[in-house]
Design a protein around this ligand. Structure first.
Ligand code: AMP
Length: 193
């Protein structure tokens, strides 16, 4: 795992736990010699994470849609900023470029990216590891709902465990390195059904 795409809030959230976790993830990635791929903004947790990796001498690639490229949104310190035509193209490029995916706390944009990449994994379109980092209990409610999706039969057990949940970035990176994708995709199961 060399390059990790991180999805996270374009806001910083209300608790100090969130920027603290973004900084801790940046440091863990630096320690592991990993590169960051992210949405290219200089604001919110996105900015905190990118600054941490850049300040530590790491490589950061931003992938940003043209319509976001107003100076106050794009991170001014990025040497590697790739412009794309749409949000869809951004997601595709980030997915292709990266060896794994992590969601930090965030809002709709973060969850959209996380669940799309998880859906692609479920369909066996990729077999890369996906992690979610929780802080201050932010994702507790969503974790509970994700368990409910399994209990109610909308998600299979093998797919439910595809998203690795953690609170410790170093440990999550280790678990992602050891991750093995489930053998059967939802698509194959559907064809057989
Ligand atoms: P949100 O969680 O709604 O704040 O959205 C954050 C996620 O959506 C990030 O991972 C980005 O890829 C994307 N995104 C949302 N807002 C922006 C922005 N202003 N600049 C760049 N990317 C953004």
């Amino acid at each position: 795992m060399k390059r990790i795409a991180v999805f996270c809030g374009s806001s910083a959230g209300k608790k100090e736990d969130y920027p603290m976790l973004a900084r801790a993830l940046g440091k863990a990635m630096l320690d592991e010699g990993m590169e960051l791929v992210y949405g290219g903004a200089g604001i919110g947790l996105m900015g905190v994470l990118a600054d941490t990796v850049l300040d530590g001498g790491g490589k950061v690639t931003g992938v940003i849609p043209d319509f976001f490229s107003r100076k106050e949104i794009a991170h001014p310190g990025l040497l590697d900023l790739l412009y794309v035509a749409s949000m869809h193209e951004r997601k595709r490029l980030m997915a292709e470029m990266s060896d794994g995916f992590i969601a930090l706390p965030g809002g709709f944009g973060t969850l959209d990216e996380l669940f799309e990449i998880t859906t692609w994994a479920q369909l066996d379109l990729h077999r890369k590891p996906i992690g979610m980092l929780n802080a201050g209990g932010y994702y507790d409610g969503l974790f509970g709902f994700m368990d409910r999706m399994l209990e109610e039969g909308f998600v299979r057990a093998a797919h439910g465990s595809m998203i690795l949940r953690d609170e410790d970035p170093q440990r999550l990176l280790r678990r992602m390195r050891d991750y093995e994708a489930p053998e059967q995709s939802k698509w194959i199961d559907l064809i057989k059904a």
